[in-house]
Ligand binder design. Structure first.
Ligand SMILES: [Zn+2]
Length: 468
């Protein structure tokens, strides 16, 4: 998950013109070597390569003088699906009494096939001012920026006044189990003040070289699946009964399609939409201003939600994603089921969503059960220290850039820490040109070389500012 709302919502046209990157110094050179090593390791689920990358990174941390470096092996879905997480602790040199700062990113990537790409996705390439390869953006950039920043700060003799903990997980794209284990077993979340996530946030230029802004992700919707089940005594299909499990389920799904949860706003989405009102086309901007002026204006919120760039940002959304039913062509169905996937607005109790779905199913006696019980997580507050450090780091390279709080409609590893009460901030400092560089999870994923270099300094600046 990367470059979510800000990218998808800030579209533009015309030709690109970025200033050329500067010649890399020692740290930027070393970062390129680690980046190459990381991209060239195909850390896709099922290929068993994440532990190799974790080992390679661990070696670099140890060589730089970090003594508390641990690799946690774990399985993703099947027991033979080995992956690993890396945890590095840098204890405070001069304890200030402040709790630890967690820096997180993920080492795994989405599958990429050679025949789908115009080049080898697992061989870092450089052309036309871009780095190419699977994970160049999502999320090996985050891994390399955090790693290089710590190696550099250590070499420069930086003395943190709080513990710094690094967590690189190995299954963000497929399971999020590493983050769940880290938040519940490997780390003591009561000792963590906040987390910075390299898997969210980031900036966007339009194709004419105009900077649209940098997002700071403070909020994620909660992922929750529900099973809808219709049962029936069934019988011979030559003698149809008035009631039928497939029809009952279909009628319920029909009502679900029409249903809309109540629109909602929070601190993050209000700030996001306030900025959006200055960048959207006039019709959408007018709707946004109407809704911000009157949060009870449901018609305005519905119209905003219907705009493809804003879908999922105004409320809880539920949608049918799988369907099964019946057992023979010549038998009345005894069972029909559907999976309904909900993305719950932060702060909403999943029990209220369950109650609503049960109401929708009740007229047809369709039962509704959660697949796993979700834990509600609120949006992280816009803390002045974190927002200030992010803003200063962005403005060091892009003076005056708009800083836009962002709620992801999807979920990242950060969710498991928010659930445990740890505020999490997506604070990437790299950027892309939109829409031409929006290739995360897709073909010919790439990142501007200049964005790579800037992100290394961005993370170094933020860590320095927040740990002294
Ligand atoms: Zn990601």
């Amino acid at each position: 998950m990367r470059f979510a709302a800000i990218i998808s919502s800030l579209l533009a046209t015309a030709a690109t013109a970025q200033p050329p990157a500067q010649a890399p110094d020692r740290w930027h050179q070393e970062a390129r070597e680690i980046y190459r090593e990381a991209v060239n390791t195909p850390t896709v689920q099922g290929r068993g390569q994440v532990p190799a990358l974790a080992e390679a990174l661990a070696r670099r941390f140890r060589a730089a003088g970090f003594t508390d470096v641990t690799i946690h092996p774990y399985d993703v879905v099947r027991p033979d699906d080995h992956t690993a997480a890396l945890i590095v602790r840098w204890p405070a040199a001069h304890p200030s009494g402040r709790k630890a700062m967690l820096l997180m990113a993920h080492m795994d990537v989405v599958e990429a096939r050679r025949e789908d790409w115009s080049r080898d996705p697992f061989e870092l390439g450089e052309a036309d001012g871009y780095f190419y390869g699977r994970g160049t953006g999502d999320d090996k950039m985050g891994v390399i920026a955090i790693t290089t920043a710590l190696l550099r700060l250590k070499a420069e003799g930086f003395q943190p006044d709080r513990d710094i903990i690094v967590l690189f997980t190995g299954d963000e794209e497929t399971g999020g189990r590493g983050a769940e284990l880290a938040a519940n077993q490997w780390l003591d979340t009561s000792q963590i003040d906040f987390a910075l996530n390299g898997d969210a946030g980031g900036g966007a230029f339009d194709e004419s070289g105009h900077l649209l802004g940098f997002g700071i992700q403070t909020s994620e919707k909660i992922y929750q699946d529900y099973t809808l089940t219709a049962t029936n005594p069934g019988g011979h299909s030559s003698r149809p009964r008035p009631d039928n499990a497939i029809y009952a389920l279909a009628h319920t799904l029909d009502r679900l399609e029409q249903y809309r949860f109540a629109p909602m706003q929070n601190e993050t989405t209000r700030a996001y939409f306030a900025h959006r009102a200055t960048t959207a086309d006039p019709a959408l901007a007018a709707l946004i201003r109407r809704w911000l002026a009157n949060p009870d204006d449901g018609a305005a919120a519905d119209a905003i939600e219907a705009s493809p760039t804003e879908t999922g940002l105004t409320r809880t959304r539920c949608v049918a994603t799988r369907l099964a039913g019946g057992h023979a062509n010549n038998a009345l169905p005894q069972l029909a089921t559907a999976n309904v996937n909900c993305r719950i607005f932060p702060g909403v109790d999943p029990a209220t969503v369950l109650a609503t779905l049960r109401e929708i199913g009740a007229p047809d006696h369709v039962s509704v059960e959660p697949v796993e019980v979700a834990h509600p997580s609120g949006p992280s507050p816009l803390r002045p220290d974190v927002v200030g450090a992010f803003t200063a780091a962005v403005h060091a390279r892009h003076p005056g850039a708009a800083i836009v709080p962002d709620m992801s409609a999807g979920a990242t590893d950060g969710l498991y820490f928010r659930v445990r009460g740890v505020p999490v901030y997506g604070v990437e400092g790299s950027w892309i040109v939109t829409p031409i560089d929006e290739r995360a999870h897709g073909r010919d994923e790439r990142l501007p070389v200049r964005a790579f270099d800037e992100d290394l300094d961005h993370w170094t600046d933020m860590i320095r500012r927040l740990a002294r």
